[in-house]
Design a protein around this ligand. Sequence first.
Ligand SMILES: [Mg+2]
Length: 357
Amino acid sequence: MEITDVKAYTVEEKVNHPFVWRKGLPGSGETSQSTWLRICTDEGIDGYSYIGRGAVALDIVRRRLREVLIGKDPLQKELLWHEVWELDRIEELPIYMLGAADVALWDITAKVAGLPLYKVLGGYRDKIDAYASTVTFPTTEEYLEVADQCVEYGFKAVKLHAWGDARKDALLCQRLRKHVGDDIVLMYDGSAGFNFHESLYLGRALEEAGYYWYEEPMREFSINQYRKLCDHLDIPVLAAETSDGAHYNAADFIIHGAADMVRTSTGFKGGITGAMRVAHLADSFQMTAEVHGGGLPNLHVCLAIRNNSYYESLIASNPIDVETGIDREGYVHAPAGAGIGFEVDVEDLQRRAIAQL
Ligand SMILES: [Mg+2]
């Protein structure tokens, strides 16, 4: 089997429910650009992956990925993963580009096998609990309303992205715990908004309120600061979401006691190959590798491995608008078809693209 062409289509779309994150971070904006990558083969099987960026993605596909991929065997994902890793040494690729080709190559592999991807990767389960992962809402009352709607819908777990103010966020988290009671699992995501002392203060409040995990309070540059935080807290600290270096870096977080759970994802850890490596690495230390972010590639990883608790489902609006595929008990189910299951209409993409290769 041989890769004959690599195409890419950048489209611009209106954001359904524009939203914000904590203070200091850019929000969704009113429109978003994204790029579909399409890897074509001599056997007529195409693989797809979705990159949530426009011009930058197209540039890297044009200048670099095409050269690596065309003429190669798409089933040799290990080889191609390492060749992209070498490219990273020169380009310092945006972290979300490391796995862009890998996801499409796994799509091809699973289509060749005639199986949904998670079964090719291992196949641990056919459904998994989703948690409602909120965007940032303006008031405590609105968070409580949104949480009520999520519980009413069927979610058994809710994660907050709050304001990025340690004191206010701590009060919000405690208030939410009282509001929903002890049977709902709660998590908190700091989106790297804090310094060490703020992180410690907030961590203690979450610990008292019985939160399930405390995610990414600080930027993930300093293993030492995360180790200190883990030493001071009993609540599980979930880290290594945005840190560069996939499993090479996750290994350092783990071995230095700088995380109690590690993040893995197809978006930030080098596609399916990198996400599975992090998951297996964590498993060898009897730790979970909690899958960051939604979407089909991440869902397949969630279903393929044992050491992950939930699928992350974004709740971007009030009233809530739950993504398709989550049932009224809060489960998300396995895609049935061969491959990843992207429904791509190439002609439509070609027509709508603001730029393409
Ligand atoms: Mg996060």
